[in-house]
Design a protein around this ligand. Structure first.
Ligand code: SF4
Length: 325
């Protein structure tokens, strides 16, 4: 019964968004499936605008998968540098191009299972590419906007993209799956942004379940809850970072992210290469034993990394030099 009501409300939200944004579409520029695939991989942790700024140069230099497969990594890295994580992305797109050539004759497969096996391609990328390049709806792409809006709208209580996608696929008929992502992203970018949602101007205000919508609509600066999505559940906090947009999750570190994690989580924590505390891939530096002077202050943690067990403001400073007697 609850699901039927939720499904009806979801349909109403999508209808409304469709009338508000009749031109909602993928905002990456592309000319064919290969270009969309590469652009979508590059769009991870980056704006579509930034990707659109680098892809003309990239595709002029490597117009087909065959060209990109043979590309020299440093050259690709230089072209895509401004999209962030450029070394990993360069490996992903060249690896993906090699797989396209080796396994699919240089073409993007029209099969979801084959697509998600390509290097750098997950469910989100595969759904975007198959949906927009071939009109094949095999899933609903869930990105940061979809996560935030589905939470605010009260369509899900989950914050795991896979589970949110599964729930949306039950609520939305398959023929609307591709448009669902486009419409939600359009609204997220234009009205329901992460830090300052324009609830007072929102065309789906009456259908939204967010408890802070009234506060934002009235122009109150401090809403009842601190961010648009929900805080992470239970013990997951030490795994999380608060991003600059106020949303919990891995992303751009903020000043807040430089704070040590909540009490009790310290011993499990690592300081990442970007200076943020949180469970994450330890950097090479953190695996090295500390400098001689600092060793007496250090502990070898259970994860094998050297470091002060309780991160404090002091631990952010280099250890004091030893004074000679
Ligand atoms: S009312 Fe506010 S929170 Fe709800 S969808 Fe609109 S802008 Fe987003």
């Amino acid at each position: 019964m609850r699901e039927t009501k939720l499904s009806a409300r979801t349909g109403e939200i999508l209808d409304r968004l469709e009338s508000l944004y009749p031109d909602a579409d993928c905002e990456l520029n592309y000319g064919n499936a290969y270009e969309l695939l590469i652009a979508t991989i590059l769009s991870a942790q980056c704006t579509d605008k930034r990707v659109n700024a680098v892809t003309p140069n990239l595709f002029a230099r490597y117009p087909a998968a065959d060209d990109l497969a043979k590309a020299a990594l440093p050259e690709v890295e230089e072209i895509i540098q401004s999209t962030g994580f450029f070394r990993a992305k360069a490996k992903s797109i060249t690896g993906c191009a090699r797989a396209l050539v080796a396994e699919h004759g240089g073409d993007v497969p029209r099969d979801f299972v084959a697509a998600v096996k390509l290097p750098g391609v997950g469910r989100k990328t595969a759904s975007v590419v198959l949906g927009h390049a071939f009109g094949i709806a095999e899933g609903i792409a869930v990105d940061t906007h979809v996560l935030r809006l589905t939470a605010r709208l009260g369509l899900t209580k989950n914050n795991d993209p896979i589970r949110v996608e599964q729930e949306l696929m039950k609520l939305v008929p398959q023929k609307r799956w591709v448009k669902t992502t486009d419409l939600i992203i359009f609204h997220g970018r234009r009205v329901c942004n992460a830090r300052k949602p324009l609830c007072g101007e929102c065309g789906i205000f009456d259908l939204c379940a967010w408890e802070s919508k009234q506060a934002y609509a009235m122009g109150e600066k401090k809403p009842k809850v601190k961010d648009g999505s929900r805080p992470v559940e239970g013990n997951a906090r030490s795994n999380s970072l608060r991003r600059s947009d106020g949303v919990w999750g891995l992303g751009t570190p903020t000043k807040g992210g430089l704070r040590p994690p909540a009490r009790g989580a310290e011993a499990n924590s690592l300081r990442r290469s970007d200076g943020v505390w949180g469970l994450s891939t330890p950097t090479k530096r953190s695996l090295r034993p500390p400098a001689r002077e600092a060793k007496a202050n250090s502990l070898r943690r259970s994860d094998g990394a050297w470091g002060l067990s309780t991160p404090t403001k002091r631990s952010l400073r280099p250890p004091a030099k030893r004074t000679s007697k």
